[in-house]
Design a protein around this ligand. Structure first.
Ligand SMILES: [Ca+2]
Ligand SMILES: [Ca+2]
Length: 435
């Protein structure tokens, strides 16, 4: 078992992993205080400028006066204005583009995404530029490098609840809005179109583009000698080309084999190795290897790549193929699910989903499988609210789920979508496989 999965299992049982923590938005800075008591005003400062929130109704503020010295420069006092002074950290909402400094203040629009008032600050002077519509603020930056700030995101919360929605590359893109901050705030249709296309391309490939990589399967005897490891049986091998490089992927296993040295009784061991090699027309060299093993197992044991799970793709079409596969492992004497791993490599970058399969033998398993077949099952344990559960119930909720998607942060969204799909394809454990 991988060390990180072991940690996930251990921590989740002790209830430490997902304890409830205060969201960062509820803390505060500057001169305002979060006392829980309704203050009639809250003051936040930026350099010489004071932001004075008033007309407090249950800690939603209906008025903002922006002051420098004794002068009130700007007043926001629209009908239905709600500003969450306590939940807002001014310092984290300062953006610099070129020689311009912008301060953003959220206007609340719950349960829909909030919007922003945008102020420009220059040499101690502040002016209001305008306000954006509701936005999930996926990015706040000069995204097209033209010297002007963009605020872009969806104007509603797009939450795919069905795999069909996740499979539609254009899903929710009609809700994308990009605001450009100039002398006023305007929608920027050119950047909206560009960003929509970028997001659509990122999402593509869960299905059709996976077929772009054409490969051939190798017999064990055809695998180049430099890709063969002693004592490991070759289970499956592929070769393919991308750009100037040739690749070979080898899935292999050693064992099961017994050891008796330390225990006086038979214990079983098995080693799994999946490795990818590359060549520029000569000798193959190792690109990466994924190894896992089970040691000293006195019970029923299994470890192997799940049949048909090896996928070769180029989801982001950068010429570097992604290799993805699922494997499971178990050493067990009772009705417990196997560990499941979905591992993706693009070049040498490794991303993995690690957790447990789900059994379908009891009522819990049947309920869960029903959710799964309706595509209503969320496999990400980090999104499950376990705060009010007993540790036993929290552990049960781990069945069929992986710990988190953290490895995929900063990668194209198509990667995690593809890995999640493979997880959902293999997560139901139909029978107890063993050697
Ligand atoms: Ca720009
Ligand atoms: Ca790629």
């Amino acid at each position: 078992m991988h060390p990180r999965l072991r940690l996930f299992l251990a921590l989740a049982v002790s209830g430490l992993l997902f304890s409830c923590s205060e969201s960062p938005e509820t803390s505060n800075t500057g001169e305002s205080k979060s006392t829980g008591v309704q203050d009639s005003t809250v003051i936040q400062t930026y350099q010489n400028v004071e932001f004075i929130y008033s007309e407090n109704d249950l800690n939603w503020f209906g008025r903002l006066d922006v002051r420098s010295g004794r002068d009130t420069l700007i007043t926001l006092n629209e009908n239905d204005l709600e500003l969450a002074a306590y939940r807002f950290i001014l310092d984290e909402n300062v953006f610099e583009v070129g020689d311009k400094t912008y301060l953003l203040i959220k206007w609340d629009n719950r349960p829909e995404p909030h919007g922003f008032y945008v102020f420009e600050f220059h040499s101690g002077n502040i002016k209001l530029i305008g306000k954006t519509g509701p936005t999930t603020a996926e990015f706040i930056e000069d995204i097209d490098n033209d010297g002007r700030l963009e605020i872009g995101g969806y104007q509603i919360h797009c939450q795919a609840s069905l795999l069909e929605q996740m499979d539609n590359p254009g899903w929710c893109l009609d809700q994308l809005r990009v605001y450009e901050v100039g002398s006023e705030i305007v929608r920027d249709p050119a950047v909206e179109a560009e960003q929509s296309e970028r997001i659509r391309l990122n999402r593509l490939g869960r299905t059709e583009l996976s077929k772009d990589v054409s490969y051939s399967e190798l017999l064990p005897s055809q695998v180049p000698v430099e890709c063969v490891i002693a004592d490991f049986e070759i289970l499956q091998a592929f070769e393919w080309k991308s750009g100037n490089l040739e690749y070979v992927l080898v899935s292999s296993r050693k064992g099961p084999y017994s050891t008796t040295e330390n225990h006086g009784e038979d214990r079983d061991n098995v080693d799994l190795r999946i490795a990818q090699y590359f060549s520029e027309g000569g000798v193959f060299k190792l690109l990466w290897e994924e190894t896992d093993s089970i040691r000293d197992c006195p019970l029923d044991m299994w470890m192997g790549v799940l049949p048909g799970s090896i996928r070769l793709t180029d989801l982001n079409r950068n010429g570097i193929t992604e290799t993805t596969f699922a494997y499971n492992g178990a050493c067990r004497g009772d009705m417990s699910p196997s560990d499941l791993f979905v591992v993706m490599y693009e070049g040498e970058s490794r991303m993995a989903l690690e957790g447990l399969m789900m059994l379908k033998f009891d009522n819990f398993g049947k309920r869960r499988e029903s959710l799964h077949s309706q595509s209503l099952f969320d496999p990400d344990y980090s999104r499950i609210d376990t705060a009010s559960m007993t540790s036993q119930a929290a552990r049960r909720e781990m069945e069929g789920r992986y710990a988190d998607e953290n490895d995929f942060e900063g990668q194209p969204v198509a990667f995690v979508n593809f890995a999640r799909r493979l997880w959902l394809e293999y997560v139901v454990e139909e029978e107890f496989t063993q050697f």
